[in-house]
Ligand binder design. Sequence first.
Ligand code: URA
Length: 281
Amino acid sequence: MNAIEAAMPPFETLRWYLDAGVDECVGEIAANRFAAPPPVSAQPQTPAPPSLAPSLAAARQSANKSEDRPAHPKPAATAQHPAAPSIAAGAKTLDELKAALLALEGCALKSTATQLVFADGNPEAKVMFIGEAPGADEDRIGRPFVGQAGRLLDKMLGSVGLDRDKSYITNLLVWRPPGNRTPTAQEVAMLLPFLERHIELVDPELVVLLGGTAAQAVLAKSEGITKLRGKWFDYATPGLVRPVHALATFHPAYLLRQPAQKREAWRDLLMLRRKLDDLGV
Ligand code: URA
């Protein structure tokens, strides 16, 4: 326990941990990772036990996440998993796509995540929402957007007459990155072909990209979300019969941290509602 934590009552300490992004307990006994390391022995090195320090670093990184993160360097899509595009393209139904992901080899996220978080909502819906990656709650329950950010997303949907029966929801990454860290360029490169196929199979009229990571990956853009949000893009792939209208907006988790930005998100939602009205959806 450090000096800040020692000065706080237990509940406040817990709240402080949660605010810092800590969402997992890795041991029963607190260990001071800042203390000097034990002297190196001549014994062969055994792998270190999982420590809280990397989780805290990841949690801090996650807590400080800005919506306007620089884009991933354009991932070399074939470098990480040469077969991913053809495996994804081979899926002819959503069930086959899910099965292909379950069978996918070479994705390290699978070994740290509890389970695949594939999708929620109505696959017949005209509007598809795409987030970044499952968090701790989604990883535990197996459905996207079921935690605090999900509750805000549900309110956002409700504000424009939508709900989970009238929309379809998935993420760029279908496994939780450990400690909710930002997805790496390699993870995005490996899983983007599956998301692209996912969009083709659902074939929605509209796609809403929640947050900078999903927006940059799907739209193949390098600008941050404040530049990308609030305008319509045409999203096209060879497997789509016609381009899909795509709109980017702030991620609900970001809106929870920056409520002043809800005003801009509301503008985006109104754009979405108008487009739904135009399309008679
Ligand atoms: N954030 C996301 O991007 N997706 C989820 O499913 C939950 C939180």
